[in-house]
Design a protein around this ligand. Sequence first.
Ligand code: MG
Length: 460
Amino acid sequence: MTFKNLIILLFSLFNLCSIFGFQNNIKPNYIIIFVDDMGYGDIGVFGNPTISTPNLDKMAYEGQKWTQFYSAASVCTPSRAALLTGRLPVRSGMASSKNPVLFPNSLNGLPQSEFTLAEKLKERDYKTAIVGKWHLGHKKKYLPLNHGFDYYYGIPYSNDMDKINKNNYWSEYERKTLNSNSYNVPLMENYEIIERPVDQTTITSRYVDKTIKLINNYKDDSFFIYLSHNLPHIPLYASKEFSGNSKRGLYGDVIEEIDHGVGLILKELKNLKIDKKTIVVFTSDNGPWLVYKSHSGSAGLLRNGKGTTWEGGVRVPTIFWGSNIKPGVINDIGSTLDIYTTFLSLSNIKLQNDMIIDGLDLSKTLFHKKKSPREQMFFYKGDELFAVRLNNLKLHFRTTDWFKKPVSHNPPLLFDLDKDPSEKYDIYQKNKDKIKEILKLVEKHNKKMIRGENQLINRL
Ligand code: MG
């Protein structure tokens, strides 16, 4: 090789690396902070007037705040399956219209045929851990250690499961008869139950402490830590340090404690000087569970909440931080599905070529503020396609409130989400020509859809 050719080769390698923002390291660390049932309007920087979130606000100013970022489902289990596989949950059988999520009497979980983000990162020897809520199957063969994680510490499903009585949460709360023993949920380490019922008042801070320990254990390697908080899903619990602090009441206390934890984690990354080789993403699994009055979050200006395909159910407050991410506000569309594809692309790991992956690579938006490649989003309720978004337009075929009987719309409802993010003004009649393009997209999507066998079945 001539000297000139050598220089050209080195130059192209340098360019290739810098496209992704990593001059020297193409094995960045990843931390996903996933919260449960936090709404679009529950963070200061996303418009909340009384919940104080200085750490998330700072994270957004130092990183990228995404204003049109979607979870792939409006309830826990399918949303988590999509996050970890980059696939719409109907493809893995992790979405059902009968049983919306997994329960303690569920028989199955995420099938072994799926390739989780952790499993894929193992191809390049990442250290992988999950701290917190799993909710993709609590039986041994479905637990995190059998899905690519080296370590697990957390509650395997929702914190309101295994309730010791059938009383209504809200009336029990008002009568002050709820306590941490009201839910017999287990805390697990790897395959073992280490505490039951788990003391939920300290669970948020314990998850953060564990995450910081893992960061220190793994700091000399490349790592992926999935911190999946059980809160602010009801029942709400805050530690003594945070109880009674927030103007927003207990819900605000819970968010402020989560915010504090985010601050500790980012500070640790800076102290260890690994913030430039670590990408942290903060997002929520679905919108607020509005039936719980002041114990539910807020979707801000978005319509409705959890369990629905209205914007309030699926659009989630999302912040990317760290590495060489270009700070700013991104108004383009993104999805939790894309985290999978983006991280694997940055780590130079090939997607499974025999599987349909719905995630897209957002790295050029993250590092160069180029337009997001995502222009469409399919919204399922259970295993049924309820709505679709193409650019600024969203077409609803069916809508629902929280587990009320769905309503079919013929003609469908059409909203311009750029001008009308609250989905108030149906513009179907004036835009019939544009509908054709969306319907074509739906037809193509349906034709190609291969559904996985339903895994959300319970023991009778
Ligand atoms: Mg949830």
